[in-house]
Design a protein around this ligand. Structure first.
Ligand SMILES: NC(=O)c1ccc[n+]([C@@H]2O[C@H](COP(=O)([O-])OP(=O)(O)OC[C@H]3O[C@@H](n4cnc5c(N)ncnc54)[C@H](O)[C@@H]3O)[C@@H](O)[C@H]2O)c1
Length: 340
């Protein structure tokens, strides 16, 4: 046995698979559930930061149970890329055979990262929202602002209104132009002033912020009300007291990861209240932890992104690609004997 090949999948190969978003949501939910059962391995991500405000994260994971899949995402976040016409968040993901360790696939990780982040938030909403969540406010009309709107409507069918805010009015205009035709069943309402933002939050049962890291928070306790689900995709966008004073319940994808962000000072007022009293999303899905005790709670869900969701979506992609014979088979090696 000498020759060994793996499947290479570009972004366009992945798009050509036309994977229904509902299948991605189910796959992410299943992966998080497995993590909640304790059958997975998730080393804490390591990173390099070649320029200020940039990162490259190495994110390995193994998912046990029926999924039995392992892999590694190597993902970059470079906020200045937008000015260069490049994606802010991009990278590659490797999947490996769990029997031999052999590489089975190398694939674009941009689509995976975009959709799995929104899928995790949407699954969180499925378990932690209040009844009749008819309105949602999204702050940040970028990539995640779009993906979350799309996926939330699938898990929160009663959603009728999405308020959208951004510091750049042109970003809101572009959002409306792209998203309203894609989601005709939802009214997408632009926010054009701080007063309108507050009115939107007052009317909303779900508040999601998808902004880049800024100098100061954009959400304070005074902006919030009980009976909400709050989802900061960037934890520092919410003032420290929103966690320590406003939140009745704290949901996260992985407490070890939250602890890293806590040690880095990303929760300015700490999280003492939740150290022994947080809920892991996977356990909420499994019914071994509680996502919401009543309609009055303010539930805050702070998921920093774990490779369980990436690897689960990667496996879904690879299975579809194998079935449809999409992608390019590339040689890793031709023969076993390499000494010359
Ligand atoms: N937790 C996770 O797993 C995960 C994964 C991916 C991205 N993220 C985070 O999600 C956030 C959004 O990512 P993205 O890819 O959508 O970024 P993006 O750059 O595409 O969009 C961010 C948008 O927020 C807007 N914005 C910035 N500051 C603002 C402010 N103060 N008020 C209103 N709007 C503001 C920007 O103009 C931009 O349109 C980032 O912080 C990113 O780190 C988290």
């Amino acid at each position: 046995m000498g020759k060994y090949e793996f499947r290479y999948l570009s972004q366009e190969d992945i798009l050509a698979l036309n994977i229904p978003y509902s299948e991605v949501i189910d796959t992410v939910e299943k992966g998080m559930s497995e993590f909640g059962k304790g059958t997975c391995q998730l080393p804490v991500k390591v990173h390099t930061n070649p320029r200020p405000l940039t990162f490259l994260n190495a994110m390995p994971a193994y998912i046990g149970g029926d999924q039995d899949v392992t892999g590694l995402k190597w993902v970059a976040g470079f906020p200045e890329n937008r000015k260069k016409g490049l994606p802010v968040t991009w990278g590659i993901q490797v999947l490996n055979d769990t029997e031999t360790g052999g590489v089975t696939a190398v694939m674009d990780a941009r689509w995976i990262t975009a959709i799995r982040t929104a899928a995790v938030a949407a699954v969180t909403a499925k378990y932690c929202k209040v009844e009749n969540s008819h309105s949602m406010t999204i702050i940040g009309a970028g990539e995640q602002g779009r993906w979350n709107a799309r996926l939330f409507k699938m898990v929160v069918p009663e959603l009728k209104k999405i308020y959208i805010d951004d510091i750049f009015p042109a970003a809101i205009d572009a959002y409306l132009k792209k998203m309203q035709p894609l989601m005709p069943e939802v009214e997408i309402i632009p926010i054009r002033s701080p007063k309108q933002r507050q009115q939107a939050i007052d009317d909303s049962q779900i508040l999601l912020s998808a902004t880049q890291r800024g100098d100061k928070p954009i959400i304070y306790c005074e902006n919030l009300h009980k009976g909400m689900l709050g989802l900061p995709l960037e934890s520092t966008a919410w003032d420290g007291r929103t966690y320590t004073q406003m939140a009745d319940r704290f949901i996260c994808d992985d407490w070890n990861l939250v602890k890293c962000y806590l040690d880095d000072g990303k929760y300015t007022d700490g999280l003492d209240k939740f150290v022994n009293n947080h809920q892991i999303l996977g356990q909420v899905i499994n019914g071994t932890a509680c996502g919401r005790a009543n309609q009055e709670e303010f539930v805050i869900a702070s998921s920093h992104g774990i490779a369980i969701s990436d690897v689960a979506v990667g496996q879904l992609i690879l299975r579809k690609a194998e079935a449809q014979n999409i992608g390019t088979m590339l040689p890793l090696m031709e023969e076993n004997d390499i000494l010359r």
